[in-house]
Each structure stands twice: as structure tokens, then as C-alpha cells.
Design a protein around this ligand. Structure first.
Ligand SMILES: [Zn+2]
Length: 347
């Protein structure tokens, strides 16, 4: 397995996130990446490639996201910061709503409400550059799989699985996992995305919701208990040609590995039945029992079991970094998942 390290994996994210109504320092800390890199480089001794900035944006960025949204992400901070006494982060404080569903003025304050979908997704200076660093790593790792690598790991920040076609959510602005899957679908025809982050992969779901060439499967804490709260139900199964190609497996809070493996094996069965050419794993570690943003009860050793079962699918596999916020255990948890995967793959 090769690891692809984003050029922006360790840049600080100086923004805040609103958690239960309180503004707190954003939880996507640079230390997360430093711990994960230690697992990939020092513990697992993977061939770690530090990805340079790509000269051009990949076409899949424009296939996955709407052009007006990308233009907004690129220009928003500059426009916002021209206002006197503007905050250092772009943060919505008015949104369209059921009485005023149509935006009639396109000024920084209304555009923030249109494109930034919650209190945890502010834009800060250099945010566009940072999020494109994530894209560069995801694309480089996908290209390695296309070139014949059996498996790859894309270490990147910020993550992407909450980012929708034209709406930022959950600290995610650009859908790295979906961009990789889109690129890989051109080579492999059918691609499966297995999202094991504790939060519903709502962005990946939406982007492929009407397609039958990309199966999206998400295991997560049920919406009544965890972000995004408004989606991730089992009856969200796809639409049009995509009907039956989205699978949500929401779980009760407190679920430990004994309860997790049933839905997990069900997810793997769905993937087997789909018979994809390769697999993308949206690799979040906030299922860990002590994660401050999760509510499941998965332990470090359990991740090896998951890695082992993923490897049993026998598919080329790309792991793309998503969440995981218990910083001092990220290294051990990443190590466990990847080691479990590699042991089986080598067997
Ligand atoms: Zn998460």
C-alpha cells in the first residue's frame, strides 16, 4: 500500500465550529494528521508520497460540484473580508428559509447563508487552497490505483464526505471521496463507496444518488442522535436510475463491535452483490468509543477486524481520510485498520 499525503494535511485550521450552540475552536486540528502520518509512515512503514500541488484542477472537481458553488468557495473570503469589521471567518447568520426560499441579493452575507449549510463549516483565509490540497491527495491516490496499485491511503485535511454538490456541511466543502470515486468510475465502470465514519456520508450520498454505477453505503450513528441529524435514514435508497444504489445503515448510540459487525457484514454483502471493479473506503475513526463527536463503542483492536473483512472483498481499495477527533488514539486506530487490511491482503 502506498500513502498519499496532502500538501495541506498539517496546516492549521483557525476557524471555529458551533457545537450545541457554542462556538468552539474547530475540531479539525492539524495534530490529527500528524498522528495519522506517524501511523502510516513510522508504524506501518508505508511508502509515503508527499503530493505536490497540482497545476490544474481535476475535471472531476467540476463534475462533482456546481460551478457557482466552486466560484463561491474560491472568492468568498476575499469578498467577505472587504466589509468593515468583518469576522476572520465567513459564517452564515441569515439563510433562505420556507418563507423566503429564493435569494434575490447576491452579497457576501446572503451567499454565506446559501452555500455554508451549518455552523461547523466556516471559510477562513486560504480555505480554498487548503481544500484543494485535499483534492490533490485524493486524486493522486486514485491515480495510483488506476495505474495498478492494489491499495492506497489518502491522508488529507479538510475531509469531504459531508460536502454536497453545492453546499458545505460538517466542516466539509469539497467532496474528496466522491471526486476520487468519480475518477475511478471512469476506469473501473462500477465503484463502491463504503463510509465507516460515524457520521452519515450525506455529501457522497447526494452526489451519486441518481446513479447506478456508484454504490454508496454508509454505516453511522442514527440521525436522531448524531450529525447531520436530518438525513441518513435507511429509507434513503436512491432515485431514478440510482434507486437501490444507496444504502444507509444507521445504528443505536453505544453500539459496540458485536452489534456493529452485523450491519458491517450486510454492507459488505451489498458491495459483493454489486460486483464493483474497486472499493473506496471513506475512512473515519470517530466510531472510536471515546471520540468527542461520536457515540459508538468501537475499540482500537476492532478496527483490525474491519480492515480484515474489507480485504476479504478482494478489491483494489482506496482509503480516503474522513473524521476522527480523539487525537491521541488516531495513530493506534489507523494502524489497526490498515494492518488488519494488509495482513489479509498479503495472505
Ligand atoms: Zn465524522
Amino acid at each position: 500500500m502506498k500513502a498519499f499525503i496532502s500538501p495541506t494535511h498539517d496546516v492549521p485550521w483557525p476557524g471555529n465550529a458551533m457545537i450545541r450552540g457554542l462556538l468552539k475552536q474547530h475540531h479539525d486540528r492539524a495534530e490529527r494528521s500528524i498522528e495519522i502520518l506517524a501511523a502510516l509512515k513510522d508504524d506501518l512503514r508505508l511508502d509515503c508520497q508527499f503530493v505536490p500541488r497540482a497545476a490544474e484542477r481535476p475535471v472531476e472537481l467540476f463534475e462533482v460540484h456546481a460551478p457557482d458553488y466552486l466560484h463561491y468557495l474560491e472568492t468568498a473570503w476575499d469578498e467577505w473580508s472587504k466589509a468593515p469589521e468583518a469576522s476572520f471567518e465567513v459564517r452564515p447568520y441569515i439563510t433562505t428559509n420556507r418563507y423566503f426560499p429564493t435569494l434575490r441579493t447576491h452579497i457576501p452575507v446572503t451567499l454565506a447563508g446559501k452555500y455554508l449549510g451549518d455552523g461547523g463549516s466556516p471559510l477562513v483565509q486560504d480555505a480554498w487552497s487548503n481544500m484543494n490540497g485535499s483534492v490533490d491527495a485524493a486524486v493522486a491516490a486514485a491515480d495510483a490505483i488506476i495505474a495498478g496499485e492494489r491499495s492506497a491511503y489518502a491522508l488529507l485535511r479538510p475531509a469531504g464526505h459531508h460536502a454536497m454538490r453545492d453546499l458545505a456541511m460538517g466542516g466539509c466543502h469539497i467532496a474528496n471521496t466522491a471526486i476520487a470515486a468519480q475518477r475511478l468510475a471512469k476506469r473501473f465502470g462500477r465503484v463502491a463507496v463504503l463510509d465507516i465514519d460515524v457520521h452519515h456520508g450525506n455529501g457522497t450520498q447526494q452526489i451519486f444518488y441518481d446513479r447506478d454505477d456508484v454504490l454508496t453505503v454508509s454505516l453511522h450513528g442514527k440521525p436522531e442522535t448524531l450529525f447531520p441529524f436530518i438525513c441518513g435514514y435507511a429509507d434513503e435508497t436512491g432515485t431514478g436510475a440510482g434507486e437501490g444504489y444507496n444504502c444507509n445503515l444507521p445504528m443505536e448510540g453505544g453500539t459496540a463491535i458485536s452489534g456493529y459487525l452485523g450491519p458491517f457484514d450486510h454492507a459488505l454483502e451489498r458491495i459483493k452483490d454489486f460486483a464493483p471493479g474497486m472499493l473506496v473506503v471513506a475512512a473515519g475513526f470517530d466510531t472510536f468509543r471515546h471520540d468527542p463527536f461520536g457515540n459508538l463503542d468501537i475499540d482500537t483492536a476492532d478496527y483490525a477486524l474491519l480492515g480484515d473483512r474489507i480485504a476479504q472483498l478482494g478489491l483494489p481499495t482506496l482509503f480516503v481520510q474522513e473524521g476522527g477527533y480523539k487525537v491521541d488514539t488516531l495513530r493506534a486506530n489507523v494502524n489497526s485498520l490498515v494492518e488488519g487490511y494488509l495482513k489479509r491482503q498479503g495472505a
